[in-house]
Design a protein around this ligand. Structure first.
Ligand code: GLC
Length: 704
């Protein structure tokens, strides 16, 4: 049951898609106080209660014991003392033992503070702006509450199938030759690859919707030649638009009032990569349509995927603040800087970037309503992504386009995915990434992953391997690194065979990963889940912070510590342990419920299959280069000469025969396999849902 409480006059954020009548009663499950500027909600927690959610945040799966602030921030240091990352995901579930659990969504796009028992151990304290909508979701169990929230906020974005392949990125690929070298680096070593990313270097002076013609002299020809090799190019689009006379995006934006305004009604000036820039007012539907249609220019040159960046929005400085700080610094020029004055100086410089006070100095035209940016800050990245997605629906209505964003708010999951931003090549960030995944899924964001190997700092060979061993399960599997860090393409490491084998395991798992992703999206389920969602009665499972359920059949227990040759794993039920050094080198062992120490060599993928469940594994030949070369059910069926006349029975038999099935069944195991062309948006026809049943003795396949 979902109850909606409205306070003051909240803005329509677009987070929800369902119409829930306004509750006529007072909120009872939490204590509410409304003052002029703030609304606070609080409730008691018992010692054993657990708080799940809050999406992209620091710290563990259970959020208790810290304060989290929803205020999108361009901060590349994701250390555990931070309170905000790039998003505003204001949804949590309070899982209670003695009383019914409930979910709470604060639909407020400005700053929201969640003190989850930091100040008072057993008190949850939430504070938001006084004009906001609060949704309380009650349900039978955690899974039911999560599903209702997803119904409330709408179906998750579905990426094209190629975007489930392995992808390589780096800030610093400068030209066609750099990219050719990367593709060749993979292909010559027979490592599959589906996409290479174009970071800001592809643009002419970091101007959106431009290409540096010296470095990319024939962009559409280049895009085509890459696609012929199975590789998609994915360019970055930044939020800031360079101020430069005769640059059409700038000129059109100024002429039509498409940019955010300062308090005097002039176009707000802040700086990002290209220097002084204006910021499209994505809150305005006309500006949104205008910016969204700009992507077409790249799509016309063969591009089928984009990543939206710097859309918190990131600000190196605002013009006005820079002027003031420069003047202040100049007064210090001839001073003998001591302890205090020296730190004053560095403090002044630090205060330039991403200063929240600058958010109070510009405004949006929210389709006729003037709104100060800080009041709607968390929606900016969402609306940038919505701009692109709405335009794609017109430019390429029948086709899926890859789209993901750095900043987001609840509801953006309908338009695209996210990546978790500028992490570092640290073991602690591998763990953080594992813990972020279920929290993001709970908030609807299914197409997600972290920069594999870490963005900042230098990845060590062992970290890279362990990260890949987890990354093969994330829908977005992208290796990305920052300018100035060591080269991180997997072929840059010794013992290449290990890296190759792990990436090939991803392609082997692809029928399962894709099927589970699609089922989660279409049925409003979570692809990654904390164990407690599947084993609600098990008090050990509820405490596990470093194992995840992945789809309906798999549990993973990744290794995230240096020099570990194994780890403790908790099995909530008997499971089949699968250890793989490669698709060909697999060991199986049935293990009993309980605590175990599991060995896992550095080059070994280990996962567990649930009892009476199974999963398909694609059989790969040595030469596969991308998802397009995989023997997947849809490809196999559609390539048959008699494709028109294929019966349901044929489909079942094909499904059963083209994959290797890994499962563990006392009597029988069954699995519902979903597959489609991976391109079109026609998701529902029955023949795409194949129920495969397998017993020890025989293989039975039947249509569900
Ligand atoms: C931001 C992005 C990062 C990108 C860089 C340069 O830091 O988060 O992924 O590589 O900008 O565009």
């Amino acid at each position: 049951m979902i109850s909606r409480y409205v306070y003051g006059q909240p803005l329509e954020t677009g987070a929800v898609v369902m119409t829930i009548p306004k509750s006529s009663q007072e909120i009872s499950i939490l204590h509410m106080q409304r003052q002029k500027e703030f609304l606070t909600l609080s409730c008691q927690m018992d010692d054993e209660d657990i708080v799940y959610g809050l999406g992209e945040q620091v710290r563990g799966i259970n959020k208790r014991g810290f304060t989290y602030i929803s205020y999108a921030t361009d901060d590349p240091n994701h250390t555990e003392n931070k309170h905000s990352l790039y998003a505003g995901h204001n949804f949590l579930i309070l899982s209670r033992k003695k009383q019914p659990s409930f979910g709470i969504f604060i639909d407020y796009p400005g700053k929201v503070i969640f003190n989850v028992g930091e100040t008072k151990r057993n008190e949850l304290h939430i504070s938001a702006g006084s004009d906001c909508t609060v949704y309380i979701i009650e349900g039978e169990c955690l899974t039911d509450i999560a599903r209702q929230f997803r119904e409330l906020t709408g179906r998750s974005y579905i990426a094209p199938k190629w975007a489930f392949g392995y992808q390589q990125s780096r800030w610093g690929y400068q030209c066609e030759d750099d990219i050719r070298r990367v593709v060749d680096g993979y292909h010559s070593r027979k490592i599959p690859l589906d996409a290479v990313y174009l970071d800001i270097d592809y643009m002419d002076h970091f101007k959106d919707f431009t290409i540096d013609n010296d470095r990319f002299p024939d962009f559409s020809g280049f895009t085509d030649s890459m696609k012929n090799q199975g590789v998609h190019l994915v360019p970055i689009i930044d939020a800031g638009v360079k101020i430069e006379k005769d640059y059409p995006v700038y000129e059109e934006g100024v002429q039509n009032n498409y940019f955010c305004k300062d308090e005097d009604g002039r176009d707000f000036v802040g700086a990002v990569w290209p220097g002084k820039s204006h910021f499209p007012d994505f809150f305005n539907s006309r500006a949104r349509a205008w910016f969204g249609h700009k992507y077409k220019w790249l799509m016309d040159q063969g591009i089928e995927g984009f990543w939206n960046d710097m859309n918190e929005p990131a600000l190196f400085y605002s013009e006005k603040r820079l002027e003031r700080i420069m003047d202040e610094i100049l007064t210090m020029k001839n001073e003998n800087l001591d302890l205090h004055s020296f730190y004053q100086l560095t403090g002044k410089i630090d205060s330039l970037s991403n200063n929240p006070d600058d958010h109070k100095s510009f405004y949006h035209d929210f389709d006729g309503i003037k709104v100060r940016h800080d009041k709607v800050h968390n929606l900016y990245g969402f609306y940038m992504t919505k701009a692109a997605s709405e335009a794609f629906d017109q430019i390429a209505p029948d086709k899926r386009t890859l789209l993901f964003s750095r900043s987001s708010y609840i509801g953006m999951h309908r338009y695209g995915g996210i990546w978790t931003g500028d992490n570092a090549s640290w073991w602690s960030h591998l763990l953080l990434s594992i813990q972020q995944m279920p929290a993001l899924n709970l908030c609807g964001i299914l197409y997600t992953g972290s920069d594999i190997g870490g963005f900042g700092c230098d990845a060590t060979p062992d970290l890279m391997l362990r990260w890949l061993e987890f990354g093969i399960f994330t829908p977005l599997m992208r290796n990305h690194a920052a300018l100035g860090t060591r080269e991180q393409e997997v072929y840059q490491f010794e013992q290449l065979e290990d890296y190759r084998n792990i990436i090939r395991i991803r392609y082997g798992l692809l029928p399962y990963i894709y099927s589970e992703y699609m089922k989660s999206a279409l049925n409003n389920e979570m692809y990654f889940r904390p164990l407690a969602f599947d084993f609600p009665q098990d008090s050990h499972a509820a405490r596990v912070e470093d194992q995840l359920m992945v789809g309906e059949s798999i549990m993973i227990a990744p290794i995230y510590t240096q020099n570990a040759t194994g780890r403790y794993v908790y099995l909530p039920e008997d499971m089949l342990m699968v250890r793989m050094k490669s698709l060909e080198d697999k060991i199986y062992r049935v293990m009993q419920t309980g605590h175990h120490y599991i060995d896992a060599a550095l080059n070994e993928v280990v996962f567990f299959v649930r009892k009476n469940h199974m999963l398909p594994l694609a059989v790969l030949n040595d030469d596969i280069r991308s998802t397009a070369d995989l023997q997947l059910l849809h490809n196999v069926i559609s390539q048959r000469k008699d494709a028109q006349e294929i019966t349901a029975e044929d489909v079942m038999h094909t499904a059963a025969s083209i994959y290797e099935w890994i499962g563990y069944a006392q009597d029988y195991a069954e699995y519902t396999l979903y597959d489609d062309d991976g391109i079109s948006k026609n998701y529902t026809p029955q023949q795409k849902w194949i129920k495969v049943v397998k017993s020890k003795e025989s293989l039975n396949v039947c249509i569900s």
